[in-house]
Design a protein around this ligand. Structure first.
Ligand SMILES: [Ca+2]
Ligand SMILES: [Ca+2]
Length: 441
């Protein structure tokens, strides 16, 4: 299984939001109009870029020369990602991708260098034979490595050549020994389900076209992904969110069982950002989507396994090329107040409010704003031992500089956000490790 990130990353994130700055009352003279706290952060300079990919040199932030390198850990190549995994015999290992993929023991011994590399889709007993495997995606390729040796067990190259594999792995067909991988093509039109049996070669259970041919230039859509929905025993569903579409497929057959083609803010929009399955207050299954790139929006979809799904609510903030300064950054989609229903938590610079920064918490099923924190930015969330989450919030002024310290706000079922004092017991949560250069950090 894949584990959460280490706690020191949370500390680093908190240190990042604590790094305030002093100076003039307006936006930075060298970057007029750019409202970004990092512009004032002389303690943590780095290359910045806004949502229109404008580059800002870190050397303008009061620096006169490039910083010295104080320490280096040699990883061989350019470190891409590290994951802690646990093997079938309960050993903690590190999977390190620095161009190559390597399995490393916790005392630093390189156990193997893999025959393939890529993004990690799964680590575990893929074939149900008691051995661990590593499932990797890279462009249009899916590779499976033996986790004991790093040797390639299986590899499949999908068409078309420009497609990217989007993959989820689970035992969605319990009647078939071994687990299954659903693979949908970003930049392509095909999807399939692959079974990995313990005593035979992997087998493609079904393969089909998963879009309406000609309805959209799929090659131009950077926002395609899938999720398994195993909430109904014996009726596994694959949900696929793409540019202005959300569809459900019977994972057993590939048959399309649900379709929604929808508009946000009066147009077909890009879904470039995180999305997740959730639960409405009445228990209905939903998907919440945050558009973070190019077109900034949040919306919720009420899912129907037996017909068209429904766009339950939406809020469109704008497109960066048409409304410069608009920005949205999703912190999490989940049950942050521990009441059983899903919320979506995000930062936004709202054009309708003069681009002031807000932290907003909306009910995932209805879009109702449960909590709104004006002139604030949330850097991440921490789960609490008794359930629910704390928001790590920094108050900031209109020019983007800190207007106070960091507050920990606990969300309550009533919709209240109560500030915590002292040092509450916190556990790390994925949202706190984000490190995104941009208007918010
Ligand atoms: Ca199975
Ligand atoms: Ca909730």
């Amino acid at each position: 299984m894949m584990a959460e990130q280490p706690a020191w990353l949370l500390v680093a994130a908190i240190a990042g939001v604590c790094a305030g700055a002093a100076g003039a009352q307006e936006t930075h003279p060298l970057l007029p109009g750019v409202r970004c706290a990092d512009v004032w952060d002389t303690g943590w300079p780095r290359v910045l870029h806004d949502r229109q990919l404008t580059g800002f040199s870190p050397l303008v932030l009061g620096m006169r020369e490039a910083p010295e390198v104080s320490a280096t850990i040699e990883v061989g190549g350019e470190l891409s990602w590290v994951r802690r995994v646990q093997t079938a015999d309960a050993q903690d290992r590190l999977l390190v991708n620095d161009g190559r993929l390597r399995l490393v023991s916790t005392d630093g011994e390189v156990l193997w260098t893999g025959a393939d590399s890529g993004s990690l889709a799964f680590f575990g007993d893929l074939r149900g034979d008691g051995h661990d495997y590593v499932v990797l995606t890279a462009a249009n390729r899916l590779a499976v490595l033996d986790a004991t040796t790093g040797q390639r067990y299986w590899r499949h190259v999908f068409e078309p050549p420009h497609a990217y594999v989007r993959c989820q792995v689970a035992d969605v067909l319990p009647d078939l020994p071994g687990m299954e991988a659903a693979v949908f093509m970003q930049y392509g039109e095909q999807g399939c389900l692959i079974n990995f049996p313990p005593d035979d070669e992997p087998r493609i259970v079904w393969e089909r076209t998963v879009v309406e041919p000609g309805e959209h230039p799929e090659r131009a859509d950077h926002g395609c992904d899938i999720r398994f929905d195993l909430s109904v025993p014996g009726e596994p569903v694959i949900w696929n969110v793409r540019h202005h579409r959300c569809r459900g497929f019977d994972a057993r057959t590939g048959e399309q069982i649900s379709s929604l083609v929808y508009q946000i803010g009066g147009g077909h929009r890009r879904n470039y950002g995180p999305w997740a399955l959730g639960t409405a207050r009445d228990g209905a299954p939903i998907i919440c989507v945050a558009g973070e790139a190019i077109q900034q929006h949040v919306h919720g979809i009420r899912l129907n396994r037996h017909g068209p799904s429904e766009l339950a609510w939406q809020h469109y903030y704008g497109e960066v090329y048409k409304t410069p300064g608009v920005a949205l950054d999703c912190l999490t989609i989940g049950d942050v107040d521990a009441d059983g229903s899903t919320e979506i938590v995000y930062n936004v610079r709202d054009p309708e409010q003069g681009f002031r920064p807000f932290v907003r918490v909306r009910d995932g099923g209805t879009g109702e704003v449960e909590v709104e924190l004006p002139d604030s930015v949330c850097a991440g969330l921490c789960s609490q031992p008794e359930g629910g989450s704390c928001l790590i919030v920094r108050r900031i002024a209109g020019d983007g500089r800190s207007a106070g310290g960091v507050a920990l706000l606990r969300l309550r079922r009533s919709g209240e956000a109560r500030e915590l004092r002292g040092k509450p017991p916190l556990r790390n949560r994925g949202g706190a490790v984000r490190d995104t250069a941009g208007p918010f950090r």
